[in-house]
Design a protein. Structure first.
Length: 190
């Protein structure tokens, strides 16, 4: 039986810089994704902008789209969006410009396909749970809903599926409220 290769951050440094694909390592396994769709990026923006406006008004932290997040040499991912408090950012931002521990909130917009869904709803959920992320949102633009996971004790646990009529909020973000229908309104159809 052949040994399974365990990928590391050092291996990723050898990949071409001009490749439009996204490379991530979760538990030593390499995940390769195509460039995200227009719908995916619109939903990212529709979370980013109101979250950033809330953050600027409160001054509590910073919203970062697509940061490098390195938990260990075999745990190297690029979430779609994170929110991290100013206090936590000072602890987890390393000289390489990457985050090296869990931000409070991670958002991963679900991309179509079984492999993408398994990565975001299983592999990344497990990784973020073990690393101490306090909240994890997964907007699904195809089905117009948002899955919400929150830390309960030592793990992230599923707490809600939000539909069009619901509002996305969080105990981490006092005063933040985003109507779910605004995330998916008038998305272009291919």
């Amino acid at each position: 039986m052949a040994a399974t290769r365990r990928w590391t951050s050092a291996d990723m440094e050898l990949l071409p810089l001009d490749d439009p694909k996204r490379y991530e390592i979760i538990h030593g396994e390499l995940y390769v994704s195509k460039a995200p769709s227009t719908q995916h990026q619109i939903v990212c923006s529709r979370v980013h902008v109101p979250l950033d406006l809330w953050d600027r008004a409160t001054g509590l932290g910073v919203v970062i789209p697509g940061p490098g997040l390195i938990f260990a040499e075999d745990e190297d991912v690029i979430p779609d969006l994170v929110w991290v408090s100013k206090e936590r950012l000072a602890l987890i931002l390393a000289p390489d410009g990457k985050l090296h521990a869990a931000p409070e909130l991670i958002v991963e917009v679900l991309s179509p396909g079984a492999a993408n869904e398994r990565r975001d709803r299983e592999a990344k959920l497990d990784l973020y749970s073990h690393q101490g992320v306090r909240e994890y949102w997964i907007p699904d633009w195809e089905h117009r809903l948002v899955y919400v996971y929150r830390r309960v004790g030592l793990a992230l646990e599923f707490v809600a599926t939000l539909l069009d009529a619901d509002t996305l909020d969080s105990p981490l973000l006092p005063g933040f409220a985003l109507p779910v229908h605004e995330l998916f309104a008038e998305l272009p159809v291919a």
